[in-house]
Design a protein around this ligand. Structure first.
Ligand code: NAD
Ligand code: WQD
Length: 347
């Protein structure tokens, strides 16, 4: 099968590209590299020993998309490309709405033009909003608390409308919980710009000495130790979920939302503990106030993905921490080391 992967140079996209290639698929990667580095693409090739076409292109540029679809035979699209920083989305909402929503509209228009109706979309558990009723299942009412979350919610709705208008569409809306971890090779992983917003990359940077200490956002939630509880999911399990969703999309029609999580929640303090075990280092932290907009507890009911996609997360918290740690110590500055090498070899 030949799959267009938008955002394929990014964190989840790069891991999914590895799994797609290992399963014998052809891929075409589209990314504008606004939040990723070309080295990730070199490393996908290195891990898999396989080559693929890369277009440094922007979803907002319809002509570029038209070129990609006319130069390649595409059976399905996995659509990761989007901006994802919650805080930034509050500061520059128009940019988020334009990039994520307009980008998806243009992608769907071009797909229709070329008769490609199979789509796997990166949604998020953020579409459950402030829902208190855990485990979170797909039938719960949705909501959003910030512009980023609203882009995911609006795109889900748009994709449902697109299918109502033309029932050739077959779409999986994958609602990821908290993706963490890295490929076991230690060659690809999460490479946030600047100071990380998310817990695990923050912990890894504290552990490696790049940041002085972790700030734990609140210990007065109604959880066992008072800190926030989340459903952390290994990025390689998540990548595997995309292959299962793709299979489903290829032999059915309609729009289906699936939670991709482990079904197990861990608190911030439990994550610190697991990371100390994995790294052999102690992690300094202080408790500060709650982060505005955070919920206390979030974990998935993933039984629909199990029943309909035959997908179950295989990896546990120790795998997640070990693999995140391996990626961090092998690449203390993310993909930056390779860029320095490149510059040197050019001069
Ligand atoms: P990422 O930023 O690492 O990857 C997204 C990629 O999309 C980047 O490489 C970026 O350069 C590219 N991109 C952005 N806008 C583009 C555009 N207009 N045209 C072309 N390329 C563009 O993020 P990720 O963590 O891999 O997330 C992938 C998807 O999953 C995103 O849609 C994100 O919202 C969603 N998601 C992520 C998480 C998470 O915590 N990482 C959780 C739930 C959902
Ligand atoms: C996890 C827990 C924090 C950082 C976010 C987005 C969501 C989705 C995934 C894309 C919480 C606590 C965190 C820190 C801390 N992204 N924490 N100190 O908030 O569940 O989800 O990323 O769709 O939309 O909102 O993930 O990793 O930021 O936080 O104490 O420095 O760690 O309060 O309990 P979150 P997170």
């Amino acid at each position: 099968m030949s799959i267009l992967v938008t955002g394929g140079a990014g964190y989840i996209g790069s891991h999914t590209c590895v799994e797609l290639l290992n399963a014998g698929n052809e891929i075409i990667v589209l990314d504008n590299l606004s939040n990723s580095k070309p080295e990730a693409l070199d490393r996908i090739k290195e891990i898999t020993g396989k080559d693929f076409e890369f277009y440094q292109a922007d979803l907002l540029n319809k002509n570029e998309l038209m070129t990609i679809f006319s130069e390649n035979k595409i059976d399905a699209v996995i659509h990761f490309a989007g901006l994802k920083a919650v805080g930034e989305s509050v500061s520059i909402p128009l940019h988020y709405y334009h990039n994520n929503i307009t980008g998806t509209l243009i992608l769907c228009e071009v797909m229709e033009k070329f008769g490609v109706y199979n789509l796997v979309f990166s949604s998020s558990a953020t579409v459950y909003g402030l829902q208190q009723c855990v485990p979170l299942h797909e039938e719960l009412p949705t909501g959003a608390t910030n512009p980023y979350g609203r882009t995911k919610l609006m795109i889900e709705e748009i994709l449902r409308d697109v299918h109502v208008a033309n029932n050739k569409w077959s779409i999986a809306l994958l609602r990821y919980f908290n993706p963490v971890g890295a490929h076991s090779s230690g060659r690809i992983g999460e490479d946030p710009n600047g100071i990380p917003n998310n817990l695990v990359p923050y912990i890894t940077q504290v552990t490696v000495g790049k940041l002085p200490k972790l700030k734990v956002f609140g210990n007065d939630y109604p959880t066992e130790d008072g800190t926030g509880v989340r459903d952390y999911i290994h990025v390689v399990d998540l990548a595997a979920g995309h292959l299962m969703a793709l299979e489903k999309v290829m032999d059915s029609q309609g729009v289906n939302a699936y939670n991709l999580g482990t079904g197990i929640g861990y608190s911030v303090l439990e994550m610190i503990d697991a990371f100390e075990r994995a790294s052999g280092n102690s992690i300094p932290y202080e408790i500060i106030d709650r982060r505005p907009g955070d919920i206390g507890v979030s974990y998935a009911d993933s039984s629909k993905a199990k029943q309909e996609l035959n997908w179950v997360a295989q990896k546990g918290i120790d795998d997640m921490c070990r693999d995140s740690w391996r990626w961090q110590i092998n690449n203390p500055n993310g993909y930056e080391k390779d860029q320095v090498k490149r510059k040197i070899s050019v001069t």
